[in-house]
Design a protein. Structure first.
Ligand code: 3PG
Length: 401
């Protein structure tokens, strides 16, 4: 079990790890439910007069979404209705002087922790505890609060290093997500189980299909992931065009896996038959995948595909969605994601919405949250938990307090 934040004496100096990793478009952070959820934890901590320094990451080195957290600080402040001071480094001089000035009732957010040496790669907690990052920051605080359930599958310094050497507590998001997801994992369902699998990360999607093969009977694929599977199936789809850098490097890295999985699981994989793009007049247009020769930046699955997936959902005992089927932030390309979510909301099935962005679609398109059995802001960690794999960031909080 975790030690909850209720056990903290008031007025402590706290290092709080949250996960506000968000979609970034044209250099702008897209607000997600993660901000609102973590704001609740911080709000509670503020009520107990703690001094709060927050660590978080954004993107992965080498990706377009690997950006500063300056804008995140502003968005978090809006959700909190309390200023969040941005500190432009993580464990250097600026950070240390900001820590010196930190008073009870203050909240500060350090720069993207993945820009700091030692945060990556994944290593044992003992090794991560020896990094400069942990050695520098840990002595400055009374306790660590782990709230980043959705990053708890990563054995990074800010997730496992600090709680290895500090007094550690679980934040509200950590507690709530853990409880909700564990309850899902332990259920069995009387009928077909479907997973709608979209989003942008092939690296995440590939193990899902393999590891959930005992649990999930059919996968409905979309988003960048769907396009990569279509490319593996020989279609002229899933290439980088118009300055995107989503596809080609993933193809280079995962081509063999994509082809192997397509071969091994073809019977249970549902692929898009048409895709949507923006035509020269700025309108949504669709093209059949079969025989496509011209490459467009595709932004959604086609309407017929969405209807076909909705039928699969309607005929399921349980449906999990992870990752959206298109760029739903743009209404013209929301159809796939919204049609599937509507089918999940209407169907008489156990339904789980996962992933920070996908959960955002529920809000953006005014679904009633009560029409879903669970909504989780975790993506990779949610799937990892579903497969029954332990989460390092959870284990270390349970064992070190
Ligand atoms: C997520 O968005 O799933 C978490 O923030 C983890 O991000 P990562 O997959 O880049 O480690």
């Amino acid at each position: 079990t975790f030690r909850p934040i209720d056990d903290l004496e008031p007025g402590q100096r706290l290092l709080v790890r949250i996960d506000i990793n968000a979609a970034v478009e044209d250099g702008t952070v897209q607000d997600s439910r993660r901000f609102a959820r973590h704001a609740e934890t911080i709000h509670e901590l503020l009520a107990d007069n703690h001094a709060i320094a927050v660590l978080a990451h954004q993107g992965r080195p080498g990706e377009d979404t690997f950006v500063s957290l300056e804008e995140h600080a502003e968005i978090l402040g809006d959700h909190l209705d309390h200023p969040v001071a941005f500190v432009s480094d993580t464990c250097g001089e600026d950070a240390l002087s900001a820590i010196d000035d930190l008073e009870p009732g203050d909240v500060l957010l350090f720069e993207n922790v993945r820009m700091c040496d030692g945060e990556l790669p994944e290593e044992e907690p003992e090794t991560k505890a020896e990094t400069d990052l942990v050695r520098t920051l840990a002595p400055e605080f009374d306790a660590y609060v782990g709230d980043a359930y959705s990053t708890a599958h990563r054995s990074h310094a800010s997730i496992v290093g600090f709680p290895h050497v500090m007094d550690a507590y679980a934040g509200r998001v950590m507690e709530q997500e853990y409880t909700a997801i564990t309850a899902v994992r332990d259920r069995t369902f009387d009928g077909p189980v479907t997973m709608v699998l979209g989003g942008t990360k092939a690296e995440d999607a590939i193990p899902i299909v393999e590891q959930l093969d005992d649990t999930v009977d059919r996968f409905c694929l979309g988003g960048v992931v769907g396009e990569l599977f279509l490319r593996a199936d020989g279609h002229t789809v899933g290439y980088d065009v118009a300055d995107t850098s989503l596809f080609d490097h993933q193809w280079d890295d995962h081509r063999d896996d994509l082809e192997r999985i397509l071969e091994a699981y073809r019977d249970r994989l549902h692929l898009p038959t048409e895709l949507a793009y923006e035509d020269d007049d700025g309108e949504r247009a669709e093209v059949a995948v079969e025989g496509t020769t011209k490459e467009w930046p595709f932004l959604d699955v086609g309407a017929e595909t969405a209807e076909r997936y909705a039928d699969v959902v309607a005929d399921s005992a349980a449906v999990f969605i992870k990752g959206s089927l298109g760029v739903f932030e743009d209404e013209r390309f929301a159809d796939g994601t919204v049609t599937v979510l509507a089918a999940m909301a209407e169907a008489d099935c156990f339904s789980v919405v996962g992933g920070g962005d996908t959960a955002r679609a529920v809000e953006l398109y005014d679904f009633d949250e009560n029409d879903f059995s669970r909504i989780t802001i975790a993506g990779g960690a949610y799937v990892r938990a579903l497969t029954g794999d332990p989460l390092v960031g959870v284990d270390v909080l349970e064992s070190h307090h």
